[in-house]
Write a new protein. Structure first.
Length: 157
C-alpha cells in the first residue's frame, strides 16, 4: 500500500547520442563479416546492433521514491535517514560529480544526464556521507524526497 503522495519514478535510459553510438556497431560487424557472406554480414550486423541497443535500454537503472524509501538502481534507503536534498545542474553538477565529490559517497551517475541530486545521509552508523544521483529532473526528485520525509509512511498489512 502506498502513501497518499504521488511516487516519483525515473528511468535513466541512455541518451539518443549514446544509442546512436551503440548502433554504429552494426555496420562494423557487417563490414567484418562481408568477406565471408554478404547476407550473413547484414543479418549479423542488424542483430548485434539491435542487441547492444536493447542491452543499454534494459540495463538502465531507475530511481524511485515511494513508501518512505529512496530506490536508486538496486540500492535503497529509508528517507528518514536522509538530509536535505540539493538539486544541481550545469557547472554545479559537473563539480559535484568531479572535484567536489567525496569518494565515500554512494553514486548512481550516468553520462548524458546533466542533472544531479546530492542527498546527505544522517545515519551515524553509515560510513557513506551522501548519495549522488543523476537525474533529468533534479528539482522534481528533490521535491519528492522532501515530501516523502514529511509524509508518514503507510504501514504494510
Amino acid at each position: 500500500m502506498h502513501s497518499d503522495t504521488a511516487p516519483y519514478r525515473e528511468r535513466l535510459s541512455p541518451s539518443l547520442w549514446a544509442l546512436a553510438a551503440a548502433a554504429v556497431c552494426a555496420p562494423m560487424v557487417a563490414l567484418v563479416l562481408t568477406p565471408f557472406d554478404r547476407t550473413l554480414a547484414l543479418v549479423a550486423g542488424g542483430v548485434v546492433g539491435a542487441l547492444i541497443v536493447w542491452a543499454l535500454i534494459a540495463s538502465s537503472p531507475s530511481i524511485r521514491v515511494d513508501d518512505g524509501m529512496l530506490h536508486a538502481g538496486r540500492a535503497r534507503i529509508p528517507v528518514d535517514l536522509l538530509g536535505e536534498p540539493v538539486a544541481l545542474t550545469g557547472d554545479e553538477a559537473r563539480a559535484a560529480r568531479g572535484t567536489l565529490l567525496d569518494p565515500r559517497s554512494w553514486l548512481l551517475v550516468r553520462g548524458g544526464v546533466d542533472g544531479l541530486v546530492v542527498v546527505p545521509v544522517r545515519d551515524d552508523d553509515d560510513p557513506t556521507p551522501s548519495w549522488v544521483l543523476s537525474t533529468r529532473t533534479p528539482d522534481r526528485l528533490a521535491a519528492a524526497l522532501r515530501r516523502a520525509r514529511t509524509t508518514p509512511r503507510t504501514p504494510h498489512r
